[in-house]
Write a protein that binds this ligand. Structure first.
Ligand code: FCB
Length: 484
């Protein structure tokens, strides 16, 4: 690798999830999911939106793959809808549903795009929820059976698998604060039980994948919760790393509770302490079952918390300063998280890393010229990817980067308010319009990252305003001091 770019085998990709893009919720025998149920619940989704149609990818997937091919991605991370494959969650397999992914995989391969399939991105079959969902220990075996069906069908062509997407969110938001499907507010101990079963289900799925696709590379995609030292002084770096790997509060918003059992075969001690009596009782053999070897650790990474070593040496979180950049979702923009996140995760877990999600929501719309100009996305990505490059250049084994998202889509409880895509979608017509960032990312991919390293890349889209910008600059120059 030269300093200017990423390793030759680095995978530049885009990511989506079935429920957010597919639509066609009753087509070809698909069963209902917990999200279909939540979408029917008054007040659950922003502005009463639902995902019955969303981008209608189920009927536009060929066009979408063609756009991904033109983008030049090496990998596409998508998820498989369990209720399409097994409408009742257990038993009968719906060949039509499975057939959709079968064709998708073939078409991706023809386009030279490596499929990365996620088995679970939150759309649990409603019938499984009616049998207790994640609270019922039997779900672990059912999920294993589902994984086996999928891997038997696709494992000859799909060599990269992810088991669960963000257990912190589907367990915590779904079963504790109730914002996500199934929208219940269990007690802390019930939520932790659900979480334990999800981890166990992960273990079952890994075993089934290995049993039916011997050469598969298997990963897991938790939310990353990166920490960023405020300065690069040793004490700040050490403080940030300490917080990254510790659990100081009884909350599901952390990485170690969800990743230590997977990689080390044990829950973190401080987590057991803070959760105390709420930790579910389970047979000790569960930990070995959860601790199946994984080949890479996925990180969904959007922002990080800044940490400083305080006066008494205690690690302290520094709030995002007032007015500092935030995204459409009001998430802080913290590009350094893309350096420290993978670095700390590798330091703690020792697994190769794939950035399974990263991106930004903005209020994009087609301009009068018919194009979608999103310079803030370009700037955001330029900053984050330069930080990723720094991690890679320093030897952190990051194999892949999947931009969230390929196209605008249904953002869960926030409906269609948030637009994360490189491709704009008009939800009334299903019309796709690649945004400026799509063309920019295309150039990044084409140059294997070299295009990131010149500032021209980020400013290219505003250069046509050169004359106006000069005029404004001269106005500013005329008033060199702030008015007093
Ligand atoms: C992640 C989810 C993904 C998407 C992004 C914005 O938490 O995994 O589906 O909603 O956030």
């Amino acid at each position: 690798m030269t300093e200017e770019c990423f390793p030759d085998e680095f995978v530049w990709g885009v990511a989506t999830a079935a429920y957010q893009i597919e639509g066609a919720v009753t087509a070809d025998g698909r069963g209902p999911s917990v999200w279909d149920m939540l979408c029917r619940k008054e007040g659950a989704i922003w502005a009463g939106h639902d995902a019955d149609v969303t981008t209608d990818h189920y009927h536009h997937w060929r066009q979408d793959v063609a756009l991904f091919r033109e983008l030049g991605v090496g990998g596409y991370r998508f998820s498989i809808a369990w209720p399409r494959v097994q409408p009742d969650g257990v038993g009968a397999v719906n060949d039509k549903g499975l057939g959709f992914y079968d064709r998708l995989v073939d078409t991706l391969l023809e386009a030279g795009i490596t499929p990365y399939a996620t088995l679970f991105h939150w759309d649990m079959p409603l019938a499984v929820y009616h049998r207790g969902g994640w609270l019922n220990r039997d779900v672990c075996g059912w999920f294993g059976d589902y994984a086996e069906v999928v891997v038997k069908a696709l494992g000859d062509r799909v060599h990269h698998w992810l088991t669960l997407n963000e257990p912190q969110v589907f367990v915590g938001c779904g079963h504790y604060d109730g914002r996500h499907a199934p929208g219940v507010r269990y007690s802390m101990s019930e939520m932790l039980r659900c979480g334990h079963h999800a981890l166990l289900a992960h273990g079952h799925a890994v075993q089934r994948i290995r049993a039916h696709a011997a050469s598969a590379r298997v990963g897991y995609a938790p939310m990353a919760f990166p920490k960023v030292p405020r300065t690069e002084a040793d004490e700040d770096v050490a403080a940030a790393y300490r917080i990254f790997g510790s659990m100081r509060q009884a909350t599901h918003w952390n990485l170690p509770w969800w990743t230590d059992p997977v990689v080390f075969g044990e829950y973190p001690e401080d987590g057991l302490r803070v959760f105390g009596k709420d930790v579910p009782a389970f047979p000790s053999s569960d930990l070995a079952q959860i601790n199946q070897p994984i080949d890479f650790l996925g990180l969904n990474l959007y922002d990080g918390q800044v940490v400083v070593s305080g006066a008494d040496g205690e690690a302290e979180v520094v709030p995002h300063p007032p007015g500092a950049p935030i995204t459409g979702f009001n998430w802080p923009m913290t590009p350094e998280a893309m350096y420290w996140g993978p670095k700390f995760a590798y330091q703690r877990y020792g697994k190769p890393i794939a950035i399974t999600e990263n991106g930004v929501s903005l209020r994009d719309w087609p301009s009068m010229d018919g194009r979608v100009h999103d310079p803030q996305r370009v700037d955001f990505l330029n900053r984050y990817l330069r930080n990723l490059h720094r991690a890679v250049a320093e030897g952190v084994p990051v194999e892949a980067y999947f931009h969230w998202s390929a196209l605008d889509n249904f953002e869960w409880a926030d409906g269609f308010r948030e637009r994360f895509g490189l491709i704009h979608v008009d939800y009334q017509t299903a019309k796709r319009t690649p945004k400026d960032s799509y063309y920019w990312y295309r150039r990044v991919i084409e140059t294997n990252g070299a295009a990131l390293l010149g500032v021209e890349a980020a400013s290219a889209y505003t250069q046509r305003f050169e004359v106006e910008r000069k005029r404004v600059a001269s106005i500013l120059e005329a008033f060199p001091n702030a008015d007093r």
